[in-house]
Design a protein around this ligand. Structure first.
Ligand code: GLN
Length: 298
């Protein structure tokens, strides 16, 4: 007969993590140990850090069966952020569902620059437009970190707007973040400040259809296509933004746009042709040119 003590030991938190790490690794999942810990903590409704103190304890049958389902999904490359329902961005935790792109660390670059720009000025308030806000991570973080910021955030997806609304509430900025279900700037009209926005920020879809097959499965199979793809070369959204942006900017207003690798020249040209001055290309933490900065001069 199996020794019950040994059996309990077999399913201790520590051993579950070890087993799951190697299982996920064998499926090609990145950061397998971290994934295993996050999923187990989620299944046990505790913090990841608490797992270490309870290394030799065993989860209940319920917790273990919840964990098993999560591990199965993770082995199929479902992103951990969707499985646990949140992702950290700029040290804030954002609710994420499959209606929104998972916030990425390189997108923090936009927030950092937006906050810097405002810090250098003494204005009593700033009107900021976040185009295609998704989870709301850019606009909401800006509002949370800069009390003078008033944000209008648009998204064409109603599902995304609902998630962003939860995040605005979670971070106590609902009164300064207006969420508008709209295609780029359309219908943001009702929220357009009389003299235009001081700053437009955006991480629009910019992946080319031609790259669809080469995307990792966790992105291609799970994240919303509408948040990723923008025509054959990924430039469609920028093109449409360039067409309308003049109408929403204050003179001297800034524009911060996330771009895909190697899109710098094409995107610069679109916005310069729309009458903006190109200021700089900024690199992300991986050394990739990831954000373009423009200014309205006239
Ligand atoms: N950075 C994302 C990716 O590479 C794409 C995000 C976007 O299209 N805005 O998967």
């Amino acid at each position: 007969m199996a020794n019950p003590a040994a059996n309990t030991e077999a399913w201790s938190i520590g051993r579950l993590i070890d087993w799951t790490r190697s299982h996920l690794e064998s499926k090609g999942v990145e950061d397998a140990r971290l994934c295993a810990e996050l999923l187990l903590a989620h299944a046990m409704s505790c913090q990841k850090i608490q797992l270490y103190a309870r290394y030799h304890e065993s989860p209940t049958d319920d917790q273990r069966s919840r964990f098993k389902d999560l591990v199965r999904a993770a082995a199929n490359h479902e992103p951990i952020a969707y499985l646990i329902g949140e992702r950290e961005f700029y040290s804030l935790s954002f609710i994420v569902t499959r209606d929104v792109l998972i916030p990425r660390p390189e997108t923090e670059l936009i927030v950092e620059h937006a906050l810097d720009k405002m810090k250098q000025r003494k204005d009593a308030s700033f009107n900021i437009l976040d185009v295609g806000t998704g989870s709301g991570c850019i606009g909401i973080t800006i509002a949370r970190r800069e009390p003078r910021a008033n944000v209008v955030a648009t998204d064409i997806s109603e599902g995304a707007i609902a998630v962003a609304a939860q995040n605005a509430e979670r971070h106590h900025v609902s009164d300064r973040v207006a969420l508008v279900c709209a295609d780029l700037f359309a219908n943001a009209d009702g929220h357009l400040p009389a003299d235009g926005f001081d700053l437009v920020v955006s991480n629009p879809p910019y992946v080319g259809e031609s790259e669809r097959e080469s995307l990792p499965a966790n992105v291609r199979d799970y994240e919303p296509a509408a948040a990723l793809f923008a025509g054959e070369t990924g430039l469609d959204c920028y093109r449409r933004m360039a067409d309308g942006i003049g109408g929403v900017l204050k003179p001297e207003a800034g524009v911060l746009l996330e771009i895909g690798e190697n899109q710098r020249n094409a995107v610069r040209e679109l916005f310069v042709n729309a009458g903006l001055e190109f200021i700089a290309a900024h690199r992300d933490l991986f050394g990739v040119e990831r954000m373009l900065e423009f200014k309205r001069t006239q």
